[in-house]
Each structure stands twice: as C-alpha cells, then as structure tokens.
Design a protein around this ligand. Structure first.
Ligand SMILES: C[S@@+](CC[C@H](N)C(=O)[O-])C[C@H]1O[C@@H](n2cnc3c(N)ncnc32)[C@H](O)[C@@H]1O
Length: 210
C-alpha cells in the first residue's frame, strides 16, 4: 500500500488522512480530467450527474463543460476549494459540496448517473454495503453507476477488488452491464510511480434495477 493512495496509517480518521494527502503531496489520481474510460463512454453519461468523491473536480468540470448538470461531493474541504477554483477558471457551473459519501442514504437528491472514480475501492466490505445502499438511494430507478476501482494484484492498495467482490456487492437490485480491466492515467507530478507499477483497474457500468 502507498501512503499517497490511502489515508496515512497514523491519521485519526480517513478524512484527516485525505486532508493530509491533499495538503502535502501531488496525489497520483489528481490528473485534472476524467480517467480514460469515463471519456470513452462520455456519451452514455446523463445528467443530473453526481461525481462522488470528486477530489479537485477534473471529472466534474469535464462533464459540466459537456452541458450536464453536475454535483461533486468530497469530504476534504481543500479538495472542494480547488474544485470550485477549477470550475471558475474554466467558466463552468458545478454544484461542489463538502459532504461525506457515507451520508448519501439520507440525502434528498436524485441523479440519473453517478461517477465513482476511486472512492468505492477505499471502503472495507461492511462500509461498501452501506455506501452502495446510499448510491441506490440517490440514483433514479434506472440510473447508472460508472465505476473505476482498483483490481486485485500485487501493487493494489489494500489488495484491490476481485471481479467476484464487485459481482457480490452489486448482486441484488443492480445489473452489471460491463466490468472490464481499464486503462488508467497517473499524475505525472506523483513522486513514487514505482509504487503503482503494474496496477490494474476495473471499469464497470452498473444499472440500478430495483
Ligand atoms: C482516489 S481519490 C479520487 C478523486 C477523484 N475522484 C479523481 O478521480 O481525481 C478519492 C477521493 O475520495 C474522497 N473521499 C474518500 N472518502 C470519502 C467520503 N467518505 N466522502 C466523501 N469523499 C471521500 C477523498 O477525499 C478523495 O478526494
């Protein structure tokens, strides 16, 4: 596991850990635009769109520039401040909010699509189930989740997820339309790319069916 991919082990909470990462480093995921698979299926992503764990907003801003109504949430204030500055600099409007993704289940909002680029894979199984219940709550009945997550492998932070993990997590009330290995990009300013050598990622499109 690399300190730049997951909260520092000595951090009091995950939120404190991510806050420290944004304050002290160039995170490997922070590429200022969507990861390649989101761009490849951009035509399939409908608004209103929730970018869950949006970081500094590169993905949200990209889809807002395509004309979608976009809400981006992250629990790190600094990330949301950078995201707001990015949207302003690019002249697009995004509803960026400091919000914990574990509170989705009680949120009075509804979306046609949700993007999760690097959040779901952070959670332990019990938290993944709570998070997925929240996703189900905010997605419209036929809405779709577009998911980008660590695949299991030697350099996967936390061990990554197997195909079976994802199939099990979304077994009830969801239909997995596709689940394939995906191309990923790394922030060129990240100081330890060797830590992530050979890392594999999943990309999935998962529809809410119940
Ligand atoms: C790997 S980063 C990905 C950021 C962004 N999606 C991207 O692709 O650049 C994961 C993001 O999720 C955020 N995050 C982690 N747990 C969260 C939670 N419970 N609620 C909201 N955001 C969370 C972190 O602050 C971080 O910005």
């Amino acid at each position: 596991m690399t300190h730049a991919q997951k909260p520092a082990p000595d951090a009091e909470t995950p939120q404190a850990g991510f806050t420290k990462i944004y304050a002290e480093s160039s995170p490997p995921w922070d590429i200022g635009k969507p990861q390649p698979p989101f761009i490849a299926v951009a035509d399939q992503i409908e608004g209103p769109l929730l970018d869950c764990g949006c970081g500094t907003g590169g993905t949200s801003v990209y889809f807002a520039a395509r004309g979608l109504a976009v809400t981006g949430i992250d629990f790190v204030e600094q990330a949301i401040a950078l995201a707001k500055a990015r949207a302003q600099a690019q002249g697009v409007s995004v509803d960026f909010l400091v919000k914990d993704a574990m509170t989705l289940w009680s949120w009075n909002r509804s979306f046609a699509s949700v993007i999760d680029s690097g959040l779901y894979h952070i959670y332990e199984p019990v938290d993944r189930h709570h998070y997925i219940a929240g996703l189900r709550h905010v997605l419209k009945p036929d809405g779709r989740l577009f998911l980008f997550a660590f695949a299991d492998g030697p350099n996967a932070p936390g061990g990554g997820l197997t195909r079976q993990d994802i199939a099990r997590d979304f077994a009830e009330g969801w239909s997995i339309e596709c689940l394939d290995y995906a191309e990923s990009e790394l922030n060129p300013a990240f100081e330890h790319p060797e830590q992530l050598a050979g890392l594999k990622m999943w990309f999935a499109i998962i529809q809410r069916t119940a």
